[in-house]
Design a protein around this ligand. Structure first.
Ligand code: ADP
Ligand code: MG
Length: 339
C-alpha cells in the first residue's frame, strides 16, 4: 500500500478536521473544508466502481464529502435522550459515545451520563472512573450535585461526562428504600441544567442492560428514548417488554417520554438476516428508525481500548461516517414534546 493511503480508506493521511477547536487559525475553516472536499472528490475512483471494494470506497468518499466540517442545527432546548435496551451488547454504549462525539464535531455540546456500573462509556470517552472518582452513584444515592462530579472529556472539547464507577451496581439496591427513588436523576439533571448559562445541546444517558432502577431513573429523566437494535437473530425479542416499560413510565412518572429514535447497529448489508431484521424493525417503528444504519466495523470495537471514540480513533472509517449521518438525522428530525 502506498505510504499516503490509510488501511480501508483512500484518503491521504493527514490531520483530519476532528473538531472546530482543533482547526488552525490561519486559514478560514470554510475554505479549508472546501479544499478537503475537493481533495476527497478527486480521490473518488472513477469508472471502476464495478468491483465491490471500489464501489464501497467511492461511496464512503462521497459520504465524506457530504459530512466533513458541516455544522449541525442546534436544538432550542437541551434534548435529553436515554439510550435503552435491556439486552446487553446491542450497541448502547458504542452509540452513546460516538453520537456524543459526532454531535460535538458538528459544533454542538453534549453531556453524557454514564448510568451503567460497567463504566464503558466513561472509558471510551477517556474519563477517569476508578473507585474514588465521584460520579453517577454519588448523584443518585447521596444527592451530590452533577456540577461537582462532571468531567471534561479530554479528546472532545464539546463533551462532558458524569462517570460511572463500580459502586453504581450497589445503587440498584441502595435506592430501593429511598423516597422518590425513580426521580433522583431527573431532579439532579434539571437542577444542573437550570443553573447553567449555556446548557448542553444534548444529554445522552447510557443505560445498563436491565430494566432496574438505574434504567428507570434514566427513563424518568429523559424526554426521548433511543433504542439501539442489533441486526441479529433475536433482535426483536424483549423489545415488547422495553416498550411496555416506557409506556408505564410515560403513564405514571414522565408523560412526555417518547421513543423518538431507533438505531440499527452492527448491520452487515451482505447478509440476508441483517436486511430481514432491518425490514422488520422498519415495519414496526416506521420513520422513527434512522436511515443511517451502523455497520459492523472492527474500528468501532477497537476504539474503546485506545480510550477513544471512533470519531477520533479513525474518523474516516465507515463506522465514524455512519455515526455522523445518524447525528445529523437526529438533529434534523427534532425531538419530542419538551417536558
Ligand atoms: P451495550 O452497551 O448495548 O452492551 P456495546 O456498545 O458495549 O453494547 O457493544 C457491545 C460490543 O460490541 C462491544 O465490544 C463493542 O465494541 C462492539 N460493537 C458495538 N457496535 C459495533 C459495531 N457497529 N461493529 C462492531 N462491533 C461493535
Ligand atoms: Mg453498555
Amino acid at each position: 500500500m502506498p505510504a499516503d493511503t490509510v488501511p480501508g480508506g483512500i484518503v491521504p493521511e493527514r490531520t483530519w478536521p476532528v473538531s472546530r477547536e482543533t482547526e488552525s487559525v490561519d486559514e478560514p475553516s470554510d475554505s479549508r473544508d472546501d479544499r478537503y472536499r475537493q481533495e476527497i472528490a478527486e480521490s473518488v475512483p472513477r469508472g471502476d466502481d464495478d468491483t465491490p471494494l471500489a464501489a464501497q470506497l467511492a461511496d464512503d468518499a462521497r459520504r465524506r464529502i457530504a459530512l466533513v466540517g458541516r455544522s449541525l442545527p442546534r436544538p432550542s432546548y437541551p434534548r435529553i435522550m436515554t439510550l435503552a435496551n435491556q439486552k446487553g451488547g446491542v450497541g448502547k454504549t458504542t452509540s452513546t459515545v460516538n453520537l456524543a462525539a459526532a454531535l460535538s464535531q458538528g459544533g454542538l455540546t453534549v453531556l453524557v451520563v454514564d448510568a451503567d456500573p460497567q463504566g464503558n462509556a466513561s472509558t471510551a470517552l477517556g474519563v477517569d472512573h476508578h473507585g474514588d472518582v465521584p460520579g453517577t452513584y454519588d448523584v443518585l444515592v447521596d444527592g451530590t450535585p452533577i456540577a461537582d462530579v462532571v468531567a471534561q472529556c479530554p479528546d472532545l472539547p464539546g463533551v462532558t461526562c458524569v462517570p460511572a464507577t463500580v459502586d453504581l451496581s450497589g445503587a440498584e439496591i441502595e435506592l430501593v428504600p429511598e423516597v422518590a427513588r425513580e426521580y433522583r436523576l431527573r431532579k439532579s439533571l434539571k437542577a444542573y441544567l437550570g443553573g447553567l448559562d449555556h446548557p448542553p445541546d444534548f444529554v445522552l444517558v447510557d443505560c445498563p442492560p436491565s430494566l432496574g432502577l438505574l434504567t428507570l431513573n434514566a427513563l424518568v429523566a429523559a424526554d426521548e428514548v433511543m433504542v439501539p437494535i442489533q441486526c441479529e437473530y433475536y433482535a426483536l425479542e424483549g423489545l415488547a417488554q422495553l416498550l411496555r416499560t416506557v409506556d408505564l413510565v410515560k403513564a405514571n412518572l414522565n408523560p412526555p417520554l417518547t421513543v423518538t429514535t431507533v438505531l440499527l447497529t452492527m448491520y452487515d448489508g451482505r447478509t440476508r438476516l441483517a436486511s430481514d431484521v432491518a425490514q422488520q424493525v422498519r415495519d414496526l417503528f416506521g420513520d422513527r428508525v434512522l436511515k443511517a444504519a451502523i455497520p459492523r466495523s472492527v474500528r468501532l470495537s477497537e476504539a474503546p481500548s485506545h480510550l477513544q471514540t471512533v470519531m477520533t480513533y479513525d474518523p474516516t472509517s465507515s463506522g465514524a461516517l455512519s455515526y455522523l449521518e445518524a447525528a445529523r438525522e437526529i438533529c434534523e428530525k427534532g425531538g419530542a414534546e419538551h417536558g
